[in-house]
Write a protein that binds this ligand. Structure first.
Ligand code: SAM
Length: 340
């Protein structure tokens, strides 16, 4: 699975992005979307900047960062990975860094676990992890990821609070859902969940996580589809949700080669999320990363999109605070519309 979370940290990201843009233009079967009409009505209230921080905990901690790398504790394992934003010096000693159980090397083997090095003992592909009492699997993937984005916990907590406080059946749509942590948190809180991802492999991992979490009796629909196509279909079928989560990559492909390009497709996707909300919606949460934009851009888009619906748009960054020197590592920007 090729997800794009860390692309902004790669040295030749710009060249690749241009190449991708060109490829997309060649690939594109359909013409560019016509501009959307501007919505009438008062803009939602606003809060920004809002910095949502994940600090070091028992299950996950950013131990240290610097010299273009980060050292993290994921359950039983200490993991050393590239981190382009860590332009400062590490605070912990080299000895501490050398105690990593797994190091992402970026060696040439693109697939499988070949790009991981295990200095002491070779480790299996997965290992047991927990988030707030929820069991799932950490996983060494070919693209330096480990099956979870811990900074998303801020959104999970917020969503869980809304679901529990609603005291009624809540329907959640998780688009670009990856390994399903948000879907599991929502299901555990009592929601009916629809989880969509283009990658069969990721859907398989998410289902495995559902078993590990012992939540197989919870109503989660796992759907391998293009997020945009699925949302369009839901709008046509009049299928509605109280919460929509959107965590799109900068660039991605649906199962049939459908191209997702954030800058081109996000306005239409945001408009669709509004269309598929129930009459008493709770929130729409958008996270973005690896893009040349600030949260002011997603903030403006979300306020325009939800004009006339009341509520509030909150925007800012998701950051992780490290244990060693307390520095904050920015991972992504977000905007969320929360009903009044
Ligand atoms: C970074 S992940 C999302 C992370 C997830 N929200 C979490 O916190 O665990 C992005 C996901 O988007 C999926 N994806 C990429 N293009 C897609 C598309 N066109 N339709 C649906 N999913 C897509 C990828 O397979 C990947 O799993």
């Amino acid at each position: 699975m090729k997800d794009q979370r860390d692309r902004r940290r790669e040295p030749r990201a710009d060249a690749r992005a241009n190449a991708r843009q060109e490829k997309r233009q060649q690939d594109r079967a359909a013409p560019a979307r016509p501009p959307l009409p501007r919505r009438p009505g008062a803009l939602p209230e606003e809060t920004l900047p809002l910095i949502l921080e994940v600090g070091p905990g028992a299950d996950y901690a950013l131990l240290d960062s610097g010299d273009g790398r980060k050292l993290e504790q994921y359950g039983p394992y200490r993991i050393d990975r590239p981190e382009g934003q860590a332009i400062w010096r590490p605070a912990l000693s080299e000895r501490e860094w050398r105690q990593a159980d797994a190091v992402f090397t970026g060696d040439t083997d693109e697939e499988g676990m070949g790009r991981w090095r295990f200095p002491e003992t070779p480790l299996g592909e997965t290992w047991p992890m927990k988030h707030d009492g929820l069991d799932y699997l950490g996983r060494f993937t070919s693209f330096r990821h480990v099956g979870v984005f811990p900074e998303q916990a801020s959104h999970w907590d917020h969503m869980e609070g809304l679901i529990r406080a609603a005291k009624r059946p809540v329907r959640v749509l998780n688009l670009f859902g990856y390994t399903g942590l948000a879907s599991l948190v929502a299901a555990r809180a009592g929601a009916q969940v629809t989880h969509v991802d283009a990658s069969k492999k990721a859907i398989g991992w998410a289902r495995e996580n559902q078993e590990v979490a012992r939540l197989t009796d919870k109503p989660i629909r796992w759907i391998c589809d293009d997020a945009m196509k699925f949302a369009e279909r839901e709008a046509r079928r009049d299928s509605r949700y109280d919460i929509v989560l959107l965590d799109p990559p900068a660039y991605g492909r649906g199962p049939k080669g459908e191209v997702w390009q954030l800058f081109d497709d996000l306005p239409a996707m945001a408009a669709l999320t509004r269309e598929i909300l129930t009459p008493k919606p709770l929130c729409v949460v958008l996270t973005a990363y690896s893009i040349r934009a600030s949260f002011f851009a997603t903030h403006a888009l979300m306020r325009d999109t939800f004009a006339g619906m009341g509520g509030r748009v909150e925007s800012g960054e998701l950051v992780i605070r490290e244990r060693s020197a307390g520095r904050r590592l920015s991972t992504s920007l977000f905007s969320r519309w929360v009903a009044a």
